[in-house]
Structure formats: structure tokens, C-alpha cells
Ligand binder design. Structure first.
Ligand SMILES: NC(=O)c1ccc[n+]([C@@H]2O[C@H](COP(=O)([O-])OP(=O)(O)OC[C@H]3O[C@@H](n4cnc5c(N)ncnc54)[C@H](OP(=O)(O)O)[C@@H]3O)[C@@H](O)[C@H]2O)c1
Length: 262
């Protein structure tokens, strides 16, 4: 327990489970009140909220499909009425259909871009007035699929590339208001959604990734939560507009055939 975020209010999208949940608990342990946002799983969201309360902080809960601009607006109306202010916005949630280029239909792309890109722009537009004179922090969550091609990942990877670009524009245009914006690009993170993506090849995929990672393990949700804490804290006050890779060195070590030994 610490006081790094004492008195701060944080809205974390997709914080009922996975990386978002880990971040919510870390932030609460450092003194922040949290709005737990989720889409479907009431029980998971309730459990996360209860864990935040156990840490002595306030947990608000809000169910909203990021596919719906009306539901996003309703969530920010709720923040406005409950808190009237916001210090930290983490655009963490994502959803997509994993398809090859020839399988992708227009609705797959539209849904992914709405949930990853459009919803983040809308959330930031709603968050800025609540961050007035508060040294606001915007943190977005991308993935290595924005820079590197991954199997069945074109839909989400291209949306993440747009999200990274948008983050740089947030930094440029909101900097004069004292708001920073940075993006975390985690490597392969051990979560439920990774198991879903890798399917029955999970074990081989995991071992392959570990063998190419200089630090010898997968990224953990706690690694991402730690970096988010730094980006939300006063210690990162002069850092803005950056995409930070958090992958144990995986992406700097992935460009030669695996059979080459040095
Ligand atoms: N896991 C990885 O290996 C990895 C690697 C790199 C980057 N990332 C990124 O890290 C972020 C978090 O990933 P994660 O693996 O922890 O979990 P995730 O499966 O991407 O997200 C889970 C959370 O997002 C919510 N959510 C999903 N679709 C939503 C929608 N349409 N509207 C509103 N909320 C929605 C879920 O709520 P419900 O459960 O209620 O539906 C849940 O709270 C994502 O941006 C992901 O792309 C993940």
C-alpha cells in the first residue's frame, strides 16, 4: 500500500478482469478511487469492485458497450454526477474478431474500430472537461500487432496502429491543458484473452514466445499495471506522446530465424 495516487479518480475501461483489473487493484492500493467499467460479466465486475473496496477505496461500477456511443456518454454523465472530476483515463478494453484478410467483413472492421479507436476519442473528448486544472493523464493500451504482423490480427492490429497515432495527437493538442497521453504496448500478456487467441496451440505459442524473449517469460498483467502506475504518477509529469513497449525485449529480438545461434 502506498500513496502515489492519493485522492485521484481513475476510470479504467475493461477493468472487470485481465490487465484492467490488475491495474484497478494496483491504483486502489496507491490511493485512487476507481470506476470499474465492463461490458457483460456482472459478477467479475462486482468482484473487482469489492476488491477495490477492501483496499479502502471507492469503487464505482458502470456497464457500457464501447460499441455504443450512447452508453459511453452515459458512463461519463455518471462520472460527472458522482465525481464531477477525473484525473486518469485508461482506455484499456478491446474487442475484435480474429480473421485473415480474406475473411474480414466490413462489420468486423467497423466494430473493432468503434471499440478501439472511436470510443477512445469519444472518451477523451468527454474526459478533458473533467480534467480541467488537474494534470490529467490519458493512457491507451496497444499491442505489438500495430507494428508487426500476427496471424489473424489485421483487424485489431490496424486499429491499434490508429490508436497509437491518436495518442500522439492527444499529447500534442491536450499538452497545453496540462494533460499527458501515453500508450503502453505490451508483449504477449498471460490473460484469458490470450488463451482465447492462441486456442489449443497456447502451450506451443507460449513456449515459442518465451524462447524469443530476452527476459525469459511472458508479460504479466502486473507488469502493465506497474507501468500504468508510473504513467499516472507525478514521476512521469514530463513524459507524453510515447508508445512504450513492455515485452521483456521480445520485439527487439524477433527478426532473425530462430535456428541461428550466436
Ligand atoms: N492479453 C494480451 O496478450 C494482450 C497483449 C497486448 C495488448 N493487450 C491489450 O490489453 C488490453 C486488455 O487486454 P486483456 O487481455 O486484459 O482483456 P480483454 O479481453 O482485451 O478485455 C477485457 C475487458 O474488456 C471489456 N470489454 C471487452 N469488449 C468490450 C466492449 N465491446 N465494450 C466494453 N467493454 C468491453 C471486458 O468486459 P466483459 O468481460 O464484461 O465483456 C473486460 O472488462 C486490450 O486493449 C488488449 O488489446 C492484451
Amino acid at each position: 500500500m502506498g500513496e502515489t495516487l492519493k485522492g485521484k479518480k481513475a476510470l479504467i475501461t475493461g477493468s472487470s478482469r485481465g490487465i484492467g483489473k490488475e491495474t484497478a487493484l494496483k491504483f486502489a492500493a496507491e490511493g485512487a478511487d476507481i470506476l470499474i467499467h465492463y461490458r457483460r460479466e456482472d459478477e467479475a465486475a462486482e468482484q473487482t469492485a469489492e476488491a477495490v473496496r477492501q483496499l479502502g477505496r471507492q469503487a464505482l461500477l458502470f456497464k457500457a458497450d464501447l460499441g455504443s456511443p450512447e452508453e459511453i456518454d452515459a458512463m461519463f454523465d455518471y462520472v460527472q454526477s458522482e465525481w464531477g472530476q477525473l484525473d486518469i483515463l485508461i482506455a484499456n478494453a478491446a474487442a475484435t474478431a480474429f480473421k485473415t484478410i480474406l475473411e474480414i467483413k466490413r462489420h468486423h472492421l467497423e466494430k473493432t474500430y468503434q471499440v478501439v479507436v472511436n470510443s477512445t476519442l469519444q472518451a477523451v473528448q468527454r474526459a478533458v472537461p473533467l480534467m480541467e486544472s488537474r494534470a490529467g493523464r490519458v493512457i491507451t493500451v496497444s499491442s505489438m500487432g500495430s507494428d508487426f504482423t500476427l496471424p489473424r490480427y489485421a483487424n485489431l492490429g490496424s486499429a491499434k496502429a490508429a490508436l497509437e497515432s491518436l495518442t500522439r495527437y492527444f499529447a500534442t493538442e491536450l499538452g497545453p491543458k496540462g494533460i499527458t497521453a501515453n500508450c503502453i504496448s505490451p508483449g504477449v500478456v498471460e490473460t484469458d484473452s490470450l488463451t482465447f487467441y492462441a486456442g489449443d496451440r497456447f502451450k506451443a505459442f507460449k513456449n515459442g514466445v518465451i524462447s524469443k524473449t530476452p527476459l525469459g517469460r511472458l508479460t504479466q498483467p502486473d507488469d502493465v499495471a506497474n507501468l500504468s502506475l508510473f504513467l499516472a504518477s507525478d514521476a512521469s509529469a514530463f513524459l507524453t506522446g510515447q508508445v512504450i513497449r513492455l515485452d521483456g525485449g521480445l520485439t527487439i529480438n524477433n527478426h532473425y530465424p530462430p535456428e541461428i545461434e550466436f
